[in-house]
Write a protein that binds this ligand. Structure first.
Ligand SMILES: [Zn+2]
Length: 373
């Protein structure tokens, strides 16, 4: 990761570059910034710049063997440490390095929740434990492979337990020559004070909305107005902006799909319904469940008599016209049974029902109930 590829944060970049040019690299630094501000990206870019053997004017070259290794997450002198879900087979970061690398390759702006999902358990808090700190001490005590700096980037040091932190204290305080600790944190208060007092603070501010929206225009081809909206809703948090964009895409997909389905059910077109069912069966299980939840909310909103335009789902004229014509077909007589049908379908999908049979069955029931006045 080169500095030039990081969104905004010009002041932080300038400061970091200065420390290298002036040979004032403090050996333990705490990069502190809110989720989605780019703290981890900055730490990696800093490490790459320090390790680069052909430094350009204020940035790593991106082409030398060292840069290529950093960019491939395989530099032998750049180590990563991060919270994991402790289990028999996963004791240290190295045990889930494949998942970590995948996450870094997807985006450097992810948050803890994204990481836990990648580890396969959204609800379990991660830990940096004692086995990990022992391993760090070992790695840092080894001689540098390439003769330069040995760098450890620790993401979320606030999740290190007391014992683990205590094991690290001494080496952070009296590190071997040319060692650099970069701690990347979102929450200073949760970091053990003895660790905190041994680090130099690098404050990473929230990204300015303008910086983020400019990036979305250039990088993702958004229209200016749209980009401004996302940057504003996300308050400069890059990962949140992207997840809002995804939500909108799926909402618009669900709406078009819902309209198509209801047209088929209303006209009782069996042949085309079977095609539609085949299409649904090909979508993933999560998409199928999302669609059912979406359809349920559309039924409910038909009863209330209006479809709320949220900030993210903006109805087109065609969509609104359809829904206005459609809503009278949902009434107090059929809403209960239609809700039941969709809830049941959701329940069975979660228990791995065959989606082809399930969506055909649901469609036939909706055929029958839709016209009952
Ligand atoms: Zn280089």
């Amino acid at each position: 990761m080169q500095f030039s590829k990081i969104i905004g944060q010009e002041e932080v970049k300038a400061h970091l570059i200065d420390t290298v040019k002036g040979q004032r690299i403090s050996h333990a630094q705490l990069f502190l910034g809110p989720e989605g501000s780019g703290s981890l990206a900055l730490a990696i870019a800093y490490a790459q710049y320090i390790l680069c053997s052909d430094k350009q004017n204020g940035d790593a070259c991106g082409k030398c063997p060292s840069c290529l290794k950093v960019q491939g997450y395989s530099h032998p002198d750049l180590h990563y440490s991060f919270p994991i879900h402790l289990a028999k087979s996963t004791r240290t970061s190295d045990d889930v390095f494949v998942e970590w690398k995948k996450q870094l390759e997807a985006s450097l702006y992810f948050g803890l929740q994204d990481w836990y999902s990648a580890l396969g358990n959204d609800n379990k808090q991660g830990t940096i434990g004692t086995d990990e700190s022992q391993k760090i001490v070992k790695k840092i005590s080894l001689k540098s492979f390439e003769g330069g700096y040995k760098i450890l980037i620790m993401w979320m040091p606030e999740l290190m337990n007391n014992q683990a932190a205590n094991k690290l204290l001494k080496i952070i305080e009296e590190p071997p020559k040319n060692t650099l600790f970069l701690l990347v944190s979102e929450n200073q208060e949760n970091i053990i004070s003895t660790i905190l007092s041994r680090t130099q603070l690098v404050k990473i501010p929230r990204l300015k909305e303008k910086e983020l929206s400019q990036y979305l225009v250039q990088h993702d081809g958004l229209m200016q107005e749209e980009a401004d909206t996302y940057a504003h809703l996300a308050e400069g948090n890059v990962s949140l902006a992207y997840s809002l964009m995804e939500d909108k895409e799926s909402a618009s997909f669900n709406l078009d799909n819902f309209i198509k389905w209801m047209r088929l059910c209303y006209t009782r077109n069996v042949g085309e319904t079977i095609d539609w069912v085949d299409g649904m069966a090909g979508a993933g299980r999560e998409a199928q469940k999302n669609f059912l939840v979406f359809a349920l909310s559309m039924f409910r909103q038909s009863i209330v008599g209006h479809y709320a335009d949220s900030d993210l789902v903006i109805l087109t004229d065609a969509q609104r016209q359809f829904l206005n014509k459609f809503s009278p077909f949902i009434n107090h007589k059929n809403i209960v049974v239609l809700t039941q049908v969709l809830n049941d379908a959701h329940y069975h999908l979660e228990r791995n029902a065959n989606p082809k049979i399930l969506f055909l069955d649901v469609s036939l029931k909706v055929f029958a109930y839709l016209k009952r006045k």
